[in-house]
Design a protein around this ligand. Sequence first.
Ligand SMILES: N[C@@H](CCC(=O)N[C@@H](CS)C(=O)NCC(=O)O)C(=O)O
Length: 219
Amino acid sequence: MPEGRLFIGTKMYSSWSLRGWLAVRLAGLEVEEVVIPLAGGSTEAVKAATPAGLVPYLEHRGARVWESLAILEYCAEHHPAIWPADPAARATARSIAAEMHAGFRGLRMAMPMTILNRFPGARRTPEALADIARIEAIWREALLDSGGPFLFGAELTGADIMFAPVACRFLTWQPELSATSQAYVDALRAHPLMRRWYDEAAAEPAEWRLPKYETAELA
Ligand SMILES: N[C@@H](CCC(=O)N[C@@H](CS)C(=O)NCC(=O)O)C(=O)O
C-alpha cells in the first residue's frame, strides 16, 4: 500500500526529478510515482499538482516536501546512509550538494539533460566549460579522498545524487573529461537505479519529446 506520491517530470529531460527520484528510491519510500509530461516550462499540470509549480514534489505520511535538496534531507531521515557517516565527510558532501543545487547555470543552460540523445562536442560555451572545470575539481578531490567509485566511497550518497544529472549531461554532450571524471560518470551510469531510470526514459511515449531538447542547435 503506497504511503504517498512522488511527482516527477519527463524522465528523458527532468534533471531535478532524477535527483528526487534517486533519493526516494534509495531510501526505499513506498510511494506511487506520478510522471507529468513537461511542456518545456510552466507546465499547467505541474502547477496544479505541486506547491511551487515545480517537480520533484513528494507527499509521504502527511509530509509535503518540495525542492530536491529538501527531499534529499527528508529521505536521509528515513535512510541515514544517504549522507556519509563521518561528520567531516558529511559536511563536505552537504557542501558540494548545496553548491550543485545553487549553481552551475552555465552548464545547465548550454547542455540540458536529454538522456536518449548523443551530441558529442556540441555547445562547449565558455560558461559551461568553466562550470565543468569546477565540477571536475570537486569530483577529483572527493574521489582521491574516498578511493571511489562514488564520491564518498562504495555507496551512492546525496552528493552523487545531486551530480547524477551532470553525468547524464556529460554522456550526451561529451565534453572533454579527465579519466577520473569519466570513470565516475561510468560508475554512476552503471548504478542499478540509474539503469532503471534510463530504461524507463526510453519507454516514454514519443509524444512527450520536446523539439528544443532533441537538437544540438541552440535556439
Ligand atoms: N530548485 C528546484 C528546481 C526544480 C525544477 O526547476 N524543476 C523543473 C523540471 S526539471 C520544473 O518543474 N519545471 C517546470 C515545468 O517544466 O513546467 C529543485 O531543486 O527541485
